[in-house]
Design a protein around this ligand. Structure first.
Ligand code: HGY
Ligand code: MN
Ligand code: MN
Ligand code: MN
Length: 399
């Protein structure tokens, strides 16, 4: 008898959990990620599912075998530093539990039906969000991806080799896949602020980008250097962060500097350099361009005033994603589920952009908080999500 939802959830919880904060951080292709991959494969094999893997660490577990017009559901198992337990894993555990439900009801699909796990969705290690699904769908070339490096300088190519993964091959896990459904914990309060709405359907994903800001100045002594004699990159960075916050607030968009590296990072030295990563999101590509343009312009003006220099490098930019309105309506309308946008990126967005008919289901998150251990969902809502996903899969894979 395969593990039920709660047993799977309990057995997944300790893998990759940081002792300090109780949050999760699983580095793709590193030990914790490989433990996660084996956890998923054990669960799949316990159900008699057949596994297909690519050379990047992505896996699909099939009820039967792959083939044309395949329907796949799944999400990711990696997490951000000190993230929550639900972002990613909820979609994977729910997919396995939904398949169990369908099998227990004697459902036999008329289309191939699989559960997928894509690696490095958060981009926590190599900086490119949805790396696994981008590689699987061809949204990023192997040539571009292979040389991305993590914070200790390890490249994707070397990390794959160290994990005995073979890298690119002539086929893709997504060959034959024509429909993809991702269940995900809601990252926001749209559902919780509605009466009795444990499940929602995504209409689309906001455009978003990541930009590396490198501020350079002159290292100097913290005591003997007068303020007016400094070329302090920390000052330019701080004023840029302030300007970004103001600009995003003004336009009700999003600008976040969540990661900053200071060189030499000494208490008693004026820094020589500050590198900061801007994560910007807006409701349309033109407003994203506008937001990012204003921030960069103000940063450049500030650098001129401070006698520092600035280099801005876009690291990943994703356009707006509109999920198939027909599919969203087919899923939401008969069930009375709300159809809502999200400013969070997902593998579903990458697959949709690759031409696969895609839908997302959201499960209510009472805190609305995500990318934090405070992210949560009631077990009753998680189980409602499994029922909802099973219902949708029966509809899609039964026709
Ligand atoms: O960053 C995001 O929006 C997603 O959680 N990867
Ligand atoms: Mn996330
Ligand atoms: Mn996610
Ligand atoms: Mn000294």
């Amino acid at each position: 008898m395969p593990d039920d939802f709660e047993a799977m959830w309990a057995s997944l919880a300790p893998i990759g959990r940081s002792a300090s904060s109780g949050g999760y951080f699983r580095q793709p292709f590193a030990a914790a990620e490989r433990e996660l991959a084996s956890w998923f494969e054990e669960q799949a094999l316990a159900r008699g599912l057949s596994l297909t893997r690519d050379g990047f660490g992505n896996v699909v577990a099939w009820l039967g075998s792959p083939g044309p017009r395949a329907v796949v559901t799944g999400s990711h198992l990696d997490s951000v530093l000190d993230g929550g337990a639900y972002d990613g894993p909820l979609g994977v555990v729910s997919a396995l539990a939904a398949l169990d439900l369908l099998v227990s009801r004697g459902f036999s699909p008329s289309r191939p039906l699989g559960v997928s796990v894509f690696v490095e969705e958060e981009g926590s290690r190599f900086g490119l969000a949805c790396l696994g699904s981008r590689l699987a769908s061809g949204a990023v070339s192997w040539d571009t991806a292979r040389s991305l490096t993590d914070r200790s300088g390890v490249s994707v190519e070397d990390a794959l080799a160290a994990a005995s993964l073979s890298g690119p091959s002539s086929s893709s896990l997504l060959d034959g896949v024509t429909t993809f459904v991702e269940l995900h914990v809601e990252q926001g309060r749209d559902l919780v602020d509605r009466p009795a709405a444990p499940i929602g359907v995504a209409s689309g994903i906001w455009p978003h980008g990541r930009y590396r800001y490198e501020f350079r100045g002159s290292a100097d002594h913290a005591g003997t250097t007068r303020m007016q004699d400094r070329a302090d990159p920390m000052l330019t960075y701080a004023m840029t962060a302030l300007a970004a916050n103001k600009q995003a607030r003004l336009a009700d968009e999003r600008a976040t500097f969540g990661r900053v590296e200071v060189t030499p990072n000494s208490t008693n030295s004026v820094p020589s350099a500050v590198t900061a990563w801007l994560d910007a999101r807006a409701s349309s590509s033109s407003s994203l361009d506008e937001l990012v343009g204003v921030i960069e312009r103000q940063a450049t003006e500030r650098a001129a005033r401070d006698g520092t220099s600035l280099t801005v490098t876009p690291e990943s930019v994703s356009g707006a994603v509109t999920f198939s309105p027909e599919l969203a309506a087919r899923i939401a309308a008969p069930r009375g589920w709300p159809v809502i946008p999200t400013a969070a990126g997902h593998d579903a967005g990458i697959l949709s952009a690759a031409g696969i008919e895609t839908a997302m289901l959201f499960v209510r998150n009472p805190t609305g908080v995500s990318h934090s251990p405070a992210e949560t969902a009631a077990m009753s809502d998680c189980l409602a999500g499994v029922e909802a996903l099973a219902d949708v899969l029966a509809d899609l894979a039964g026709d």
